[in-house]
Structure formats: structure tokens, C-alpha cells
Design a protein around this ligand. Sequence first.
Ligand code: NAP
Length: 295
Amino acid sequence: MSAIVIDGKAVAEEVKADVAKKVEGLKSRGIVPCLAVILVGENPASVSYVTGKRKALAAAGMADKSVLLPETATEQQVLDLIHELNEDSSVHGILVQLPLPKHIDEKKVTNAISPEKDVDGFHPVNVGKLLSGEKGFLPCTPHGIAVLLKKAGVATDGANTVVIGRSNIVGKPMALLLLRREYNATVTVCHTGTKNLAEYTKKADILIVASGHPHTVTADMVKSGAAVIDVGVNRIPDSSKKSGFRLIGDVDYDSVKEVAGYITPVPGGVGPMTIAMLIYNTLEAAENISLAEGK
Ligand code: NAP
């Protein structure tokens, strides 16, 4: 039997509609949640992600103070801009679209964002809070996946969960989040040093794949009935498309959907949730800041 396809687009619409309603409430108190996205250069994938984020901001009724800098912008210019936005009380969230051009130190830039405005959840203060179980901003992609699992009715409590990938933005925070008591999963993290990947994946009730390579997971690596979450976004040439490419994930979708119990498509699975959770975090930032200011 074919897997249930988890509709990330529909769940993301639900989350965004809920956020938009809360934005109305804040606006009636004179607070307009505002995000500043900083994009340096014109990397096509980054431009497309930033466009998507800004569209979602507008749809949620939020203000947009995004800044587009040329590829030649210096590290100091980016840091100065972040300091300015940190001080700007009308801005509640700041996000720097990664990757940055090679001459700019990503860590330095990420660490310059005020933790209270770090809606990506990449600042060490928020990473530390995730690790210690304190309330802080959760990274959007792992948080979106946790919401998707819940909405799809996939039980995480005691579930054998395998995460493929240990990046700071997906794999590691995903593992930490599902380890929390509220999710209570048993989590294994695999990476390129893992010997016999299939041995692990075949035992997974929940398999989260963030390897960055198409076809990392094939049907023979998946337990029957497992929930397979495909985080991957890979552009592959396709002359039948106007753009000249199409997007595929890290999972061999066509074969895996015949074995899995649940599966997320690419596009239309995890991607829309990442944007929805960014909007959610921006709302949270505006609520926190206005509360701290006694509004
Ligand atoms: P990344 O930084 O390249 O990390 C990939 C991870 O996968 C690394 O830890 C790597 O191991 C591991 N890996 C690679 N090939 C493997 C294999 N054959 N077996 C086991 N482990 C393997 O990538 P990322 O930033 O986490 O992103 C992962 C994917 O998700 C990409 O396709 C990216 O485009 C996508 N993504 C999507 C969204 C979204 O919103 N949909 C958001 C973020 C990322 P090592 O550590 O040993 O190198």
C-alpha cells in the first residue's frame, strides 16, 4: 500500500493563518511584528528563499525591513547593519540568509544578532536553550518537522527515530528537539562516518533525511510503515521546465512511498513549514519584546 503523503503546504497554511490572526490582535495594541531579512549577493536559490519569506511576511500582515546588499558588501558592513537593526525597536526579528559570500565569516555574523531577535534560532544562546530545554527560538526547519509529525498523527513517544545529517541547522537541532520529553523519541544521528547506514534506517519508525544528496534513502533501507521525512532540496536539470530545473529531495520518493507509512513530498513537504515557522517565530519575538517593554 502506498504511503500517506503529508501535505506540508496545507499544514503551513494552517500555521500561517493562525499567526495572521494573532498579528491582528497585536496590531490592535499598536504593535506591528516586523522582520528584517538580510540577503548578500544574488545566489539564485537564496533569492528564491528570501522572496518566499517576504511574501509570507506580507501575507501575515507583518512589516518587512529587509535589506539586499551587493555580493561585494564587506563583513563590517553586514555587522554594522545588524547592530543598527538590533537597536531599531520597530524590528522584532533579524535573519541573515545563508550561505554568505566566502569573504564573510558566517559565525561572526550569526553571533552578532541579538538573541531576542534571532528568529532563525542559530545564535549560541538559542542553541544552548534548545540543548538545556529552556524556552528560546527553535530553528525553523526542525520545528516545522516536529509540527508536521504531530499534525499527521505520527507518534514520537518512544519511536525509534533516525536522523541522517548532523548540520547545525537541521540534523543536530532536529535530534535535540525530538529528545525533549514532550516528543520523547529515541534518537540516533547518522552521518558520513556511519558504517552501514541501512542497518540503522531499517530500524527507524521515523526517518528524517537531511543529507543534501538525492537518493540517499531507497526503499530497501526503509522499515514497512515508517514515517519518512525528506528535508532535502536538490536542483536537477529538467529541460521540460521553464526554469530548466526541478526540485527533488534526498529520498528516492517513488520507491520509498511504496514501503513507508507516511512520506513528505519535495516540493510541498518540509519547505513550506520552514517559512511558516519563521513567521511563527517573528510573531513570538514581537510578543516577547512588547511584553518586555510593558506594552
Ligand atoms: P549539510 O550541512 O550539507 O549536512 C548534510 C549532513 O548529511 C552532514 O552531516 C553529512 O555528514 C550527512 N551526510 C551526507 N551524505 C550522507 C550519507 N550518504 N550518509 C549519511 N550521512 C550523510 O546540509 P543541511 O544544511 O543539513 O541540509 C540538508 C538538506 O536539507 C539539503 O538538501 C538542504 O538543501 C536541505 N534543507 C532544506 C530546508 C527546507 O526548508 N526544506 C532547510 C534546510 C536545508 P558529515 O557531517 O559527516 O559530512
